[in-house]
Design a protein around this ligand. Structure first.
Ligand code: NOJ
Ligand code: NOJ
Length: 456
C-alpha cells in the first residue's frame, strides 16, 4: 500500500529545486519592496499579497538553510544578499511608529511597501517576533562561525538598551510579553496558545545562548529565566483525561465554535519549538498521542481520506471545526499541504530521536500512536514498554514510522500532479482539488523542512 522509499526519494529530489524556486519568487516580487515576503502572489480572492511576520519568518529560516548549504561562493553570495534584504525590511517594520492599537512588535501583517496595514485584523499575534528571532539567531551563529561578527553586531544583535537590532528587539518583546494573551497562528482565537508559547520558549533559549556568545550575560540570564517560566506554563496544555495537548487556554476572544481543543498547531509547535530537551519534542509521548488523535479525526472527516478515494496517505487540516475554505469562513475547512508536510516531518524527526536514543519508550500515553503503527505489545507492570534497538520490534516500528512519513509526502505528490509542483494553501476535503491562495510561500518552506528531516 505504502509508497516506496525510492519513489519518494525521486519525488523529493524533483520537488526540492521547484520548491526553492517558487519560495524565492515570493521574496521581493515585482510590486513589493526589497525584503518583503508575500504570503502568496494572489492579490484577490484571497488577497495574500502582504508580508505576514509568521510566514516570512518561516521562509527566512528556509533561506538560512539555503545559505548554510550553498554549493558554491556565487550561491552563497546570492542567499546572503537575500538575507540582508530580509533583515533590512524587517528592521524597518520594527521601527514603524504604532498608530493607536495598530503596530508594535506583535503586529501580524504589513503592506508590501513596508508600511502598517491599518484595516481591522486579529492583533496582536505574538508568535511572529519569536519565529523571526529564531530564524535570524541561526543566521547570527553561522555568521559568527564565519568570522563575520561585525555584521552581527551591526544589524542583528548588539548588547544595547533600548534595543536597536533585529534579534535583540524581538527577544526583548518576547521576554516581556509571553504571558499576554494574543491571537493564535490561525488569526482566529484570542488567548494563550501552545504553538505561540513553544516558539517563544525556543526563541528565548536560542537567544540566551547567542546573548552569552556576545557577552550580554545579564540579558542571557533574563531570557533563560523567562524560558524556564514558559516551560512551566506549557505543562498546563497537556490534558491527561483527553490524552492530548490542548491548542488554546484562557480564551478571552475570537471565534467560539472551536470546541474540540484539538488542532494541528500543536504538531507545528512541537516542530518549530523543538529544543531537543524532551519538552514537548516530536518524540514526546504527549505529542505523539496528539498527532494520533488528529490523524484519526481527519481520516474520517475528509472524504478524500477514505480508502476508496484511491489517493495515498491522508491529508491533514488545521482543526476539525475549521470553517475557512481559503476564501472565506462560511464554509468547511480543508486539508493543508503545509500541515501534511509537517506530519511527515514529525514522524521522521521522532524516528531519528528514537534511533539516537536506542530505545522507543512506549507509555500508556503514546500507546494509541504505536498501535496505529501495528504495535500490539503490552505495557509492563511499570506501565511502560521499552522497545530497544537491535530487536525486530524496534526496527519494525522505525520502518513503520518512516514509511508513514512517506505516505504523507506521497499524498502531497499526488495532489500536485496536475500543477507541476505548485501548491495552493488548501486541498478540498471532498474533491481533492487545490484551492485558496496559489503558491502559498509557507508551503514551500514546510516542504523543504520536511525533506531535510528525511535525509538527516
Ligand atoms: C480567517 C482564517 O481562518 C484565517 O486563518 C485567515 O488568516 C484570515 N481569515 C484571513 O484570510
Ligand atoms: C492563513 C493562516 O491561517 C495564517 O497562519 C497565515 O499567516 C495566513 N493565512 C497567511 O498565509
Amino acid at each position: 500500500m505504502g509508497a516506496t522509499r525510492q519513489a519518494i526519494d525521486a519525488w523529493t529530489m524533483a520537488e526540492e529545486p521547484l520548491a526553492t524556486q517558487y519560495l524565492l519568487a515570493n521574496i521581493s516580487p515585482v510590486g513589493a519592496a526589497k525584503g518583503a515576503v508575500v504570503a502568496s502572489p494572489s492579490t484577490n480572492s484571497p488577497n495574500y499579497f502582504y508580508h505576514w511576520v509568521r510566514d516570512a519568518s518561516m521562509v527566512s529560516s528556509a533561506v538560512v538553510d539555503l545559505y548554510q548549504n550553498a554549493p558554491n561562493a556565487v550561491a552563497k553570495k546570492t542567499y546572503g544578499d537575500i538575507l540582508n534584504d530580509l533583515i533590512d525590511f524587517s528592521r524597518g517594520l520594527q521601527a514603524l511608529p504604532p498608530q493607536g492599537n495598530i503596530g508594535g512588535l506583535g503586529e501580524p501583517k504589513y503592506l508590501v511597501t513596508g508600511q502598517l496595514f491599518t484595516g481591522s485584523w486579529g492583533r496582536p499575534q505574538n508568535d511572529g517576533p519569536a519565529l523571526r528571532a529564531m530564524a535570524f539567531t541561526r543566521l547570527a551563529n553561522l555568521l559568527l562561525d564565519e568570522g563575520q561578527g561585525d555584521l552581527v553586531t551591526q544589524k542583528l544583535y548588539r548588547a544595547e538598551m533600548p534595543a536597536t537590532t533585529l534579534i535583540k528587539e524581538d527577544l526583548e518583546y518576547v521576554a516581556h510579553h509571553w504571558s499576554d494573551t494574543c491571537f493564535d497562528l490561525w488569526e482566529e482565537n484570542h488567548g494563550h496558545h501552545f504553538f505561540t508559547q513553544m516558539v517563544q520558549r525556543k526563541a528565548l533559549l536560542t537567544g540566551a545562548a547567542l546573548a552569552n556568545r556576545l557577552n550580554d550575560s545579564g540579558a542571557a540570564n533574563f531570557y533563560s529565566q523567562q524560558a524556564a517560566a514558559l516551560e512551566t506554563a506549557l505543562e498546563r496544555y497537556w490534558s491527561p483525561t483527553d490524552n492530548f495537548v490542548y491548542v488554546t487556554l484562557d480564551e478571552d476572544g475570537g471565534i467560539s465554535y472551536k470546541t474540540s481543543h484539538l488542532d494541528s498547531a500543536v504538531v507545528l509547535g512541537a516542530l518549530w519549538g523543538d529544543n531537543a530537551d524532551g519538552v514537548f519534542t516530536p518524540d514526546d509521548p504527549r505529542i505523539l498521542a496528539t498527532a494520533a488523535r488528529l490523524e484519526q479525526t481527519f481520516s474520517s472527516l475528509y472524504s478524500v481520506n477514505s480508502t476508496s478515494s484511491g489517493a495515498p496517505g491522508i491529508l491533514i487540516g488545521r482543526y476539525p471545526e475549521d470553517r475557512y475554505d481559503g476564501y472565506g469562513t462560511s464554509s468547511l475547512g480543508n486539508g493543508w499541504p503545509l500541515i501534511t508536510a509537517a506530519y511527515a516531518e514529525l514522524y521522521e524527526r521522532a524516528a531519528t530521536r528514537f534511533e539516537v536514543a536506542g530505545v522507543i519508550p512506549i507509555t500508556s500515553v503514546s500507546a494509541p500512536f504505536f498501535s496505529r503503527l501495528g504495535w500490539s505489545g503490552r505495557l509492563g507492570a511499570t506501565g511502560k514498554a521499552d522497545i530497544v534497538a537491535g530487536t525486530r520490534e524496534f526496527s519494525h516500528l522505525i520502518v513503520a514510522m518512516r514509511s508513514k512519513a512517506d505516505d504523507f509526502l506521497a499524498r502531497i505528490e499526488y495532489d500536485g500532479q496536475s500543477s507541476q509542483g505548485h501548491y495552493s494553501e488548501e486541498v478540498n476535503r471532498s474533491t481533492g482539488k487545490q484551492q485558496g491562495a496559489i503558491d502559498l510561500t509557507w508551503n514551500y518552506a514546510a516542504f523543504l523542512s520536511a525533506f531535510k528531516a528525511r535525509v538527516n
